[in-house]
Ligand binder design. Structure first.
Ligand code: CMP
Length: 221
């Protein structure tokens, strides 16, 4: 738990109090952890794997966030008493997740101002990203939105090796479309063009960005 950003300001003794309260659970890829509008009873912290947070409207889906090891979610409906889950959570890989029940989540927050402040900080970071998503969906065209999503995935979930960025997450074109608010066909077309321009390479469904600078020049300042 020491490596979890949410707990980074806590002392070892504080961590020792918290650790035993978490229940470690395994979830197979493709498991719905909860649905939008469910009652929120638990807080989730990912030990390994990837979780998709999304909203769905008939056949269309918008991905609000992708979370991985060290990330937490499910805090909103716990803190906003009387409100339900604001989105659906589904595992994109086999996951190990720690869960914490509502009453214990609150005990923590009440006991540790440092933890509350850290939670607020992460929430603000998420609000900033949500603002960015509103901006992109309002002002950028589809091609730019797709390029921006790929850049963001590389920066948030990628590693850089000899100047090449690799996105450490196997995503389908449909999933990239659901992050960019568009359709799969547009993603396939834009990725194809980026490959032809030798800006990216796709191998075994993994995206490698060969020329990050060139990619960024395609975006507005
Ligand atoms: P909760 O509403 O309990 O259930 C869905 C969870 O998804 C929510 O808590 C947050 O943890 C997370 N979530 C919802 N919207 C966003 C967003 N825009 N960005 C990041 N995380 C979100």
């Amino acid at each position: 738990l020491q490596r979890v950003p949410l707990f980074q300001d806590l002392s070892v003794s504080e961590l020792e109090i918290i650790a035993p309260l978490f229940v470690e659970r395994d979830f197979k890829k493709g498991t719905i952890l909860f649905f939008e509008a469910d009652l929120g009873e638990e807080f989730f912290l990912i030990q390994s794997g990837v979780v998709k947070i999304y909203r769905i409207d008939y056949a269309k889906e918008i991905i609000l966030a992708l979370f991985r090891d060290g990330d937490f979610f499910g805090e909103m409906s716990l803190i906003q008493k009387g409100l339900t889950r604001s989105a659906t959570a589904e595992t994109l890989e086999n996951c190990k997740i720690y869960t914490l029940i509502r009453s214990e989540f609150f005990q923590f927050l009440e006991r540790s101002p440092k933890l509350s402040l850290r939670l607020l900080e992460v929430t603000m970071e998420r609000l900033r990203k949500a603002n960015e998503q509103i901006y992109d969906l309002t002002f950028l065209d589809v091609r730019m939105r797709i390029i921006k999503v790929v850049c963001r995935l590389a920066e948030e979930h990628g590693t850089i090796k000899q100047g090449n960025w690799m996105i450490n997450m196997k995503l389908t074109h449909q999933q990239i479309a659901n992050l960019a608010g568009t359709v799969r066909e547009s993603v396939t077309k834009v990725l194809q063009e980026l490959q032809e321009d030798q800006i990216i390479v796709i191998e075994k469904k993994m995206i490698y960005i060969k020329k990050m600078e060139a990619m960024k020049r395609l975006l507005p300042l």
